[in-house]
Write a protein that binds this ligand. Sequence first.
Ligand code: SAH
Length: 213
Amino acid sequence: MRLRHIPGSEEAVAQSPYVISGPESYRGRMNELFGNDSPVRIEIGCGKGRFITELAHRDPLADYIGIERYSSVLLHALKKIGDSDAGNLLFLCEDASELEKFFVPGEIDRIYLNFPDPWPKDRHAHRRLTSPGFLAIYRNILKEGGHLEFKTDNEALFDYSLSTLRECGWEIPASTRDLYADDLSEENIATEYEIKFSSRGNPIFRLIAEPDD
Ligand code: SAH
């Protein structure tokens, strides 16, 4: 995404009570930050936070952590928490390649990945958040029976993701190439990017993937 740096965003993010500071020290016990035993679900690349803020509000029986590497972007998500805060939403300002520093194997119940950067050039394929290196990290931190939910408007990225997931031994129990033409469930929460792309008439691709054991 095109990034406008907001001066002071690092400090504002570091001081926010909604951003986990020193996350390495909570590795394996993220639940303690929430004070419950609920399943922990994460969104990778949560951007400005519309999706995870709404999800946490609708589903108080799970704990949610939004992960975004840029403080200037995360700042927007922090502003959205406000009144709907049910104590089950926190954020991490970190890079997804570092996830194993914060979570032990099997700690995460579900991973959401919405509209990640497509990195269209072949030589950048390893940066895609569905490339084999990232899938290995997700498999490691997901608990048995956990799954990944992925949405994009980018057909090439969707096709790439279907093949890397299959090559890496994931099953795809559900997928669609046009979420809005399908029976769009009331449960769908549109992200900021999704609103933009679907309003232009772009089809939205979605899949659910589970590691096979
Ligand atoms: N999910 C949001 C934003 C999509 S844009 C939406 O659907 O509206 C992709 C986001 O992922 C950007 O905010 C980008 O900064 C973030 N991102 C990209 N690579 C990342 C990484 N390796 N770790 C954490 N966040 C990442």
